[in-house]
Design a protein around this ligand. Structure first.
Ligand SMILES: [Zn+2]
Length: 495
């Protein structure tokens, strides 16, 4: 959950789905025909959507120096594009997910997760060049944005096609997770991807970067998607974790074609800028940030908002910008936060303010083990394709904050009630010192010493799962880089 997203969530109305007429009439040689439609419409649309994107993806990463660096790379590429005279906005998103995308009219986004994976400036430039290519080609990706901003209630209403068999909760959880993290940017077509790759290579060449970086980074994305699938106990393609590819269809063919393209162009200038890049990302937060909170096994803790809770065994937690999901076998627990108007009782709040979800029955007041006051109830949840059942707990925090748990399932039974209450009872506020102990992972750039090996360096990383594989992936050792004394490498350290 992101603190910025939550602060703004109260203001955000439900987003209407924006549908753009994709009006690219580019020729097969990659030259552009900009005749159809009006770029001013694109710019206006981008301006409208930009704040919503920021909210949906957890806001901009709070590091002005790094943001300025990304902007410099972007402006350098934009200046050699067909839209050199149109202002572009390049944003570094505070998202651990490896992702990049563009809005029409010159809004380009790169996640900090993507920076962590890149080996040098040219690879980042390749991704940004690709996104600029979508903008200049006016691919205009139709967006389905009505996702998280209405809170849980809004989400439940927007999930289409949720199958309400016995495993409604599980299906719903999976879909919610994908919507929440994937963000609902629609796919480009494969031919649009090839075209954006081609334009990306063109801008790289014109700006003086090594054009091979495009193919290199596409390969890194593929390797990383496989690693992330492994870390999540999935096989590639089953999970929706490869977000860059979820909006930019990937085929191994893209690597080959990007490489051929760069050969054609003869990589005369071969600027990679590895040294400067590594210096810029030294200290970059990796994985979840203190502004988003941390999933630690069955526990979720948020150091900035100062609370924690745990879900029972059998639930898998997933953190998203405006909610936290605990996915169980046939059910899903959803956590988010709301605001209690002064003078409104918690039971009234649950039955009225919170319940566009459906009518709540049997709302009662309870005192939790933590001593916090709560209201509990149950009711039907409306989905596009029908209804499910859910139990609700609203916990009263300080200053009108309400902490909310919902357990959604096909048919809400006593075991569901136990799981929900156990979760609510585990909820605690954190002291300042408890919160201070929750530190994020950060990228630390270190020099390889004589005698260092992949294993010795991987052992210095403060991560439990597959440290060797993660070290190899973030350092590109699976794609041609070799470990040499005197070189700089990335480690993941908690501080
Ligand atoms: Zn793309």
């Amino acid at each position: 959950m992101n603190i910025i997203a939550l602060r703004r969530a109260a203001l955000a109305a439900c987003l209407a789905a924006v549908s753009l007429s994709a009006c690219s009439t580019s020729k097969s040689d990659g030259s552009l025909s900009l005749a159809s439609g009006n770029i001013d419409d694109d710019i206006r649309l981008g301006q409208e959507e930009h704040p919503k994107i920021l909210q949906q993806y957890g806001g901009a990463y709070d590091d002005p120096k790094l943001a300025a660096y990304i902007d410099r790379i972007g402006q350098r590429l934009k200046a050699v594009s067909e839209y050199a005279d149109i202002p572009f906005t390049f944003t570094l998103l505070d998202s651990e997910v490896v992702n990049a995308f563009a809005l029409p009219g010159g809004y380009v986004y790169v996640s900090r997760g993507l920076l962590a994976l890149a080996e040098d400036e040219a690879e980042v430039a390749g991704v940004i060049g690709h996104e600029i290519g979508h903008v200049t080609s006016r691919h205009g990706a139709e967006r389905q944005t009505a996702t998280m901003l209405g809170g849980v209630l809004g989400v439940l209403g927007t999930i289409g096609g949720a199958v309400l068999a016995g495993d409604a909760g599980a299906q719903l959880g999976q879909q919610l997770g994908q919507v929440a993290i994937g963000g609902g940017l629609a796919q480009y077509s494969q031919s649009q991807e090839f075209q954006a790759d081609k334009l990306g290579v063109r801008y790289l060449a014109r700006a003086g970067y090594d054009t091979e970086a495009m193919g290199d980074f596409l390969q890194a994305l593929q390797t990383n998607a496989e690693l992330q699938a492994r870390l999540n106990g999935q096989t590639l393609g089953s999970g929706g974790f490869d977000h860059f590819f979820s909006s930019h269809p990937y085929t191994p063919d893209r690597v080959t074609r990007a490489r051929e393209r760069s050969d054609e162009r003869g990589a005369s200038n071969s600027e990679r800028d590895r040294g400067r890049f590594l210096q810029e990302i030294d200290g970059l937060v990796y994985g979840e940030s203190p502004a988003q909170g941390y999933v630690m096994g069955q526990e979720f803790a948020h150091p900035q908002m100062r609370f924690r809770f745990a879900v029972p065994d059998g639930f898998t937690l997933r953190n998203a910008p405006t909610a936290v999901y605990g996915k169980g076998e046939n059910r899903t627990i959803i956590f988010d936060m709301g605001k209690l108007e002064s003078g409104t009782s918690l039971t009234r709040y649950s039955a009225k303010d919170w319940a566009d979800m459906g009518k709540l029955d049997d709302v009662e007041s309870v005192r939790l083990e933590s001593g916090l006051d709560a209201a509990i109830g149950r009711g039907k949840v409306k989905l596009n394709s029908g209804t499910a059942e859910a139990g609700f707990v609203a916990i009263k925090g300080r200053d009108g904050t309400v902490y909310r748990f919902v357990l959604v399932t096909g048919s809400f039974g006593s075991d569901d009630r136990r799981a929900l209450l156990s979760t609510a009872n585990s909820f605690r506020q954190l002291s300042a010192s408890e919160a201070a102990r929750l530190k994020p992972l950060r990228i630390q750039i270190v020099e390889v010493r004589p005698g260092d090996s992949i294993d010795s360096l991987a052992a210095r990383m403060e991560i439990e799962d597959l440290p060797r594989e993660q070290f190899i992936t973030i350092n590109g050792l699976d794609r041609g880089h070799e470990l040499r004394a005197g070189d700089k490498v990335k480690l993941l350290i908690r501080k």
